[in-house]
Design a protein around this ligand. Sequence first.
Ligand SMILES: Nc1ncnc2c1ncn2[C@@H]1O[C@H](COP(=O)(O)OP(=O)(O)OP(=O)(O)O)[C@@H](O)[C@H]1O
Length: 214
Amino acid sequence: MTLSAEDLTCRSGADRLFAPVSFTVPAGGALLLQGPNGAGKTTLLRAIAGLGPRPEGRIALDGAAPWASDGAVALTGHLDAVKPGLTVDENLGFWARLHGRADAAAGALAAFGLGGFGERLAGRLSAGQKRRLGLARLAVDGARLWLLDEPTVSLDADSTAALGRLIGEHLARGGMALIATHLPVPVAAETLRLQPAAARHRTEADPFLAEPGA
Ligand SMILES: Nc1ncnc2c1ncn2[C@@H]1O[C@H](COP(=O)(O)OP(=O)(O)OP(=O)(O)O)[C@@H](O)[C@H]1O
């Protein structure tokens, strides 16, 4: 199993966000995506997951478009997909049943120090606890490719270490991870730095730009 990309880039409206990149992530491999604010790290992860416009260039997971491989890709990002009106147990239980891993839910919560929070409404968790719940979801997801957007934001040292162990176990099983981060992530990984593309003169309508005077 391999994730391979050639001359890959994304656009925001008319403009290319970053200079095209090529990389290969083998089974058991991780790649840290770095680059300045606005370079396009989140946009790229979302595009690989099939959210937003398709990227330009070529990217394949075992020869097929990653967004077309059912259940092979999991994305965790700033929003964490936590349902605030459900309890912690209900949130994780839903995801676990969805992936046929109901038996793994309790262990996943315990791994992120949420064992005693099962009855609490997710909307009443702290920012770091919400992030931990979102990450615990990975432990009950059978996806081979994890796309992690700033996974250590809001995490304390213990939770960061738990995340490192979770990713390490995933890689040891032959999984892969693409991790956009400004912070250290405790995992052995190559680093790819996105270089912002020079903004060119806009000659066509950019749907992301506000109308003058708006
Ligand atoms: N929903 C959106 N609507 C309009 N523009 C967007 C949207 N999402 C991102 N962009 C633009 O796309 C560009 C890339 O943003 P992106 O979030 O991918 O960068 P990033 O490298 O993840 O940044 P950061 O390090 O700040 O998280 C930015 O210029 C941003 O303004």
